[in-house]
Design a protein around this ligand. Sequence first.
Ligand SMILES: Nc1nc2c(ncn2[C@@H]2O[C@H](COP(=O)(O)OP(=O)(O)OP(=O)(O)O)[C@@H](O)[C@H]2O)c(=O)[nH]1
Length: 883
Amino acid sequence: MEPMGLQGSLTFGLEGILAKEIETLIKPKISSTDDLRTIDNYVILKNHGEGTSIIKEVGDSLPQGVAHDNQDMENSCSTQIIDGDGVFNVSGMENFLKAVKFGECGLSYAVVSIMGPQSSGKSTLLNHLFHTKFREMDAFRGRSQTTKGIWIARCVDIEPCTIVLDLEGSDGRERGEDDTAFEKQSALFALAVSDIVLINIWCHDIGREHAANKPLLKTVFQVMMRLFSPRKTTLLFVIRDKTKTPLENLEPILREDIQKIWDSVRKPHEHKDTPLSEFFNVEVVALSSYEEKEEQFKEQVANLRQRFFHSIAPGGLAGDRRGVVPASGFSFSAQQIWNVIKENKDLDLPAHKVMVATVRCEEIANEKISSFSNKEEWRHLEEAVQNGIVPGFGKKLSSMLDDCLTEYDMEAIYFDDGVRTSKRKQLESKLLQLVHPAYQSMLGHLRSKTMEDFRATFEKALERGEGFAAAVHHCTQSLVSKFDEGCKDAAIAQAHWNCSKVRDKVWRDIDAHVASVRAAKLSELTSFYEEKLKKALAEPLEALLDAPSDDTWSAIRRLLVRETRTTVSEFDSSLSAFDIDQATVDQLLAKLKQYAKNIVESKAKEEAGRVLIRMKDRFSNLFSHDSDSMPRMWTGKEDIRAITKSARLASLKLLSVMAAIRLDDEKDSIESTLSHAFMDTSYSSANRSIQLVDPLVSSSWNDVPANRTLITPVQCKSLWRQFNAETEHIVAQAIATQEANKRNSNWLPPPWAIVAMVILGFNEFMTLLRNPFYVGVLFVAFLLGNALWVQLNVSGELQRGALPGLLSLSTKFLPTIMNILKKLAELGEGQRPNTREARRVPELEADISMNRVESSSISSIASSEVTSSETGVEHTSPEKHTE
Ligand SMILES: Nc1nc2c(ncn2[C@@H]2O[C@H](COP(=O)(O)OP(=O)(O)OP(=O)(O)O)[C@@H](O)[C@H]2O)c(=O)[nH]1
């Protein structure tokens, strides 16, 4: 089955012999598309009976010729690299080199080229010598030019890899004497790139004055002078159609011809005396005619072929070659050489070599960068490092970079040392530039992880109760050393990057965090001690300011100093755990001290706002109670004026105490000013008329600064006025009560009633006086009445008022009567024992006389009684009484 579309691809663009060949040779042999495959840009027809063939170059114009090969495609294929118009086929050249895997050869390759007159059997020789398939002229068509431009092919089965250039034949008419002639350009090109140059000459031309090969040789030698540094090329003269004259005879003649041509060539000054051997190794070989003695020809060619094996080894055909361009740079080198030749410039091969090395190393380096960035392993690593810390980051990346650099080294190994090294450095730096963001993100992760860990560890350490400074030190040390380890792990061997900047940032982060925690803790601590101080001061202060006196401010000062000292000392010792500088400590302590003062001041201000109530309370208290804190009874004996004055004085003192804050123990004249103004009546009245000199008409005290003033003079004045107004009614009430009591306590009838009673009751009075019984009864009644008066405290009770006095007396009357009767009864009882005692005296005397009689009989009992008395038992024994 003939594949659809294949027909088109085979015939498309094919022309001339090629089309004919395909039509006749290939097409009939294609049975399936399986016969087609591609190598790089070539469509290959395989296994069609005569080997493998390139049938089309994909995406490029069809080459002008395609060779058929009996071997595998990789072994040989021919390509036109420079066409007849001198255009370099760049893609053709590169595709060819790729197809024959030339780039992998390093320096282990040889380049052979062939020059010679047109139709002198060059292609025939190459095809037999190297098993290439250059197009040969059809012998039956006659001699005409078949090879146009320069063709390239790989010599089959020759090691090392040898490629051969087939040059367009010289036309024998010395076309173009100038350097721009294609013949000279191609000869220079062949000399510049080849290690061995075959020069085809007809045997019959040897020794002839006008031989066809003479212009060619002249050209070769002339252009050789344009190479600054010759490559020591081997010129292998191939004598074609040798006659019966032996080579031994021909060779000297030929060498003589060559020498003559060499001598005749105009040389630059520096090469004036340079021998031919300095530039060339001249070898000569003779071959029989291919047309007439084909077998001999083949045999001789086969022998010659042997000389191309290992031609670059010392002693080989190209053993002396110099300045070889590495195979991977060959294509570029050839292109550049051709460009220089086309521009008609001299060829500086060493400089050219450096240039090739520069370009090729650059290309290799770029390839390596691009292959590195597309590498799966690198992509994974780059992605992973975006998300977090990658353990072994440095090691992995270093190894990847190392691999990349090693690949570069391997590919660029044959290029100029200096160039290679400098390009390697560039490659390394570009690679490092490429991986630097990943390294930075790795450090970034390390930094944030370190900070995260530090926060957690530090918090735990503080929770455990570790001292602040100690916790900071230990956590910082451990985490910074962890960070350092992380940096070491992330370090890229090729980079020698310094992570000290990030390390500094970590330190700064830690410092900032520590500072913020320290500030929070200090604020907590300060609040704690402030609260403590507040608690310690508030209640005593309230108590002190509740009852202001002369001693109030000194007591407050003592309280303030004591509590401040205690709290500040505790605060100071707590601060020592924070390891902060002394200036800050002093500042904090000063702040706490100031806070204590502020508490006092604010409390004092608060109390100063209530001063009027306090003054009134104090006045009311002092006015209504006596010195024993007993409520006053306004009986009439009290000096209300004096009491009022004293109470006002006390209230005035309270006002003067509360008028200013006195924490500095400085004396002031507030009290004297106030008492002078309010209590000194003469002063007050005098000044009422001279308002201008009133010291209280001012918003500040003379000797007290404004910040310590709680109540200004003018406020004092207003307060005092209000105080007087609001306490006046108390005094008035007291005076009224006193008057009322005075009236109530006067119980005697008026004098006129007493006189009337005396006059009218004189007779009854006299009657009573004349009757002794009445006198006795009256006396007893007086005594009883007097006792009752005293017991009932009638006068005292009545002082409280008539009705309450009578009520009180009525309740006390009966118990008092009972009390009096009881006392009288007890009095009676108390006199009775004396009577009994009197009666007991004669009885005792009788007993004593009786006891004297019985004394002897009871002496024994007495002794026992004495014993008992010695034991300390107190009693009244008969013997004691006897004694
Ligand atoms: N007399 C003689 N003719 C030969 C020899 N080898 C080849 N030929 C013939 O010379 C003719 C030209 O052969 P090619 O190999 O095409 O010659 P060429 O030098 O490559 O030709 P151009 O590429 O056109 O310069 C052909 O007809 C060959 O048969 C030889 O050794 N002696």
